[in-house]
Design a protein around this ligand. Sequence first.
Ligand SMILES: Nc1ncnc2c1ncn2[C@@H]1O[C@H](COP(=O)(O)OP(=O)(O)OP(=O)(O)O)[C@@H](O)[C@H]1O
Length: 376
Amino acid sequence: MITTTDLTKVYRSRGREVTALDGVSLQVEAGEMYGVIGRSGAGKSTLIRCVNLLERPDSGTVTVDGRELTALPGPRHRAGRSLRRARTGIGMIFQHFNLLSSRTVRGNVELPLEILGLTRRERERKALDLLDLVGLADHARAYPAQLSGGQKQRVGIARALAGDPKVLLSDEATSALDPETTRSVLQLLRDLNRQLGLTVLLITHEMDVVKAVCDSAALMEHGRVVEAGPLNELLATPGSRLAHELFPVSGAVADGDRTVVDITFHGDSAGQPVISHLARTHEIDVSILGAAMDTVGGRQVGRMRIELSGSPERNAPALATLRERGLTVELPDPVTAAGTVPAPAEVPAAELTDESAAAAADETATATAAPQEGAR
Ligand SMILES: Nc1ncnc2c1ncn2[C@@H]1O[C@H](COP(=O)(O)OP(=O)(O)OP(=O)(O)O)[C@@H](O)[C@H]1O
């Protein structure tokens, strides 16, 4: 549904060059919830803005729903008519909601519908349907200032769905919300993803967001995607940084004639009595150093750190048995095993500066104004 190929973007200002995207290739399947995670400055916002061409990449291609947006004509800083039309199939929500304070909730949702040229009656009906969909039908006449953050974001979501998009882009949509509201907004996105078959590309700096709702994820660093894939595959990939971040396993690694192993159970392997089997078949002592079950991307996953008597060489047949049973087996690095791998993403979201708030307002204007000119 969304493909980016080798995207590059370099910002130049006051004689300085910043490479925000350095060859980003991403594949988001139809109906998927895909999370892009990374530290502040990794290039996430630039990437998402390149997907709907709010930002034009220096090179590379963006294809959404079979249409190569980068091939559509348009001057460097103004989208062409065909691009504006294509953008109606892409909704976007923002960290600070970008609602118009002078309009009611219904008025905000109606804005893109006005631009699309719907009649007053059609607009009203559609806006109320959309507000119903996000659970805000009884707030249609309220103004944004009378709403909580979570309610404002629901209005933002209803507005983003006005053009019946197949793709929803979410730019840190829950970063300004408290944990409980975050959960309910994420649940709404997940419901819409399932109900409408909506493809959702979200950027976030919070691993919990990826863990709660995403099917796949990409980790960005310094303008590059350093790891990407479906979460269940990542969890089954030894050495995956995303897997360690999604589901850290702890427990001190002892010195001496011991083998410490991290095992991940998922799918059919989750129900197997592997520990007793290991001890019986290979006649070794097994101690459990740490264990947890969790839900990642809607699936139950178990992780365990165990200690086997004897050296890794001696335990090679036992480890092979675990792998044969479909478990992911890793020998943790004693240096990092004491805690978790250094978090790539536990950086507080940077507050919007006045400048970036203005840019966000521009985005709304661009996003909502896009259909108007395209529809002419
Ligand atoms: N308009 C711009 N002009 C100059 N440099 C920019 C511009 N926008 C972004 N950058 C730079 O590009 C790099 C990537 O920024 P980007 O906002 O895409 O990262 P991010 O991962 O979204 O970070 P954050 O979570 O803080 O928004 C950063 O070094 C940033 O300073």
